[in-house]
Write a protein that binds this ligand. Structure first.
Ligand code: SAH
Length: 264
């Protein structure tokens, strides 16, 4: 029997296995439950366990369990989220996946390079890899949540893989880079800021831009999108975000009308 997404318990973080930082697979707006099952199987083969589903069309669903084969446990503990922001909140590195070469200023890498980055970042923070819907892929709005984009190289004739096949290829590279015995890159000194911390930073920045009457001159309301891309590309760590938040607070203290508290 098919169950509507709305009746499923809200998104809550999965507990990382053995206390390690984790790599989560996030599937957004998946249309076919069979693809969810096949993705779960691909994950389990490659040692990944954390599946987050953002607005799945049909889940739980018998097709998902049939395609998962021996990976039912991944589906059973999958988290359902209403927004991408919920699914990535605690993550430092957020990687988007795209079949298309987008003409946008993102760092676009191949799966092997992406896996090497992940091997470094999971030493100090959670990582999310985000996959779009079968039909449309990720929207530009969803891409503004990502620090980098990964594209699986293909024949120029047909670049779009089946969703679960794309999960398989990327999960395989992550396994090679992180399996026991693989040489590990040195951890960063300070963890990356999480997606949630970045969201709070952008809200603070918007507030200050409003306060100093800095208007969007891009003409199409794209200022915040560009700002998000700029800072996400910079991979800010927690200290760096704190410095920026401190600067914003100092601006507010200078500009706020007498008697009004500084918003945090
Ligand atoms: N029509 C969509 C393709 C969607 S395929 C588009 O043009 O973007 C469904 C998802 O599988 C994509 O959103 C992406 O997450 C993943 N995917 C498919 N092919 C890929 C590729 N070559 N590289 C990286 N991810 C890919």
């Amino acid at each position: 029997m098919r169950q509507e997404t709305g009746r499923i318990p809200a998104c809550a973080p999965l507990t990382p296995i053995h206390g390690f930082m984790s790599t989560r697979i996030v599937l957004v707006d998946t249309q076919h439950p069979g693809n969810i099952g096949a993705s779960a199987r691909a994950m389990k083969n490659m040692g990944l366990r954390e599946l987050y589903l953002v607005r799945p069309k049909c889940f739980p669903d018998p097709d998902a369990f049939a395609r998962a084969s021996g990976a039912d446990d991944i589906l059973e503990r999958a988290r359902i989220c209403h927004t991408l922001d919920e699914a990535i909140a605690e993550c430092g590195l957020v990687v988007g996946t795209s079949a298309r070469q987008r003409h946008l200023p993102w760092q676009i890498v191949e799966p092997r390079e992406c896996a090497a980055r992940i091997a470094q970042e999971i030493q100090t923070g959670h990582v999310a890899i985000v996959f779009g819907s079968e039909r449309y892929g990720l929207t530009n709005e969803e891409l503004t949540r990502c620090n980098m984009l990964v594209t699986i190289p293909t024949s120029a004739e047909y670049s779009s893989l089946n969703l679960a096949m794309a999960v398989q290829v990327i999960a395989y590279e992550i396994w090679l880079a992180t399996r026991p015995g693989a040489p590990q890159p040195p951890p960063r000194d300070v963890p990356l800021a999480t997606a949630e911390e970045m969201t709070r930073f952008y809200a603070h920045l918007e507030e200050v831009l409003e306060l100093i009457e800095f208007r969007d001159r891009t003409g199409r309301g794209h200022l915040m999108t560009r700002i998000r891309r700029l800072f996400n590309r910079a991979n800010l760590d927690q200290n760096e975000v704190n410095i920026l938040r401190g600067i914003l607070t100092a601006v507010q203290a200078r500009r706020r009308p007498a008697g009004k508290p500084v918003a945090r």
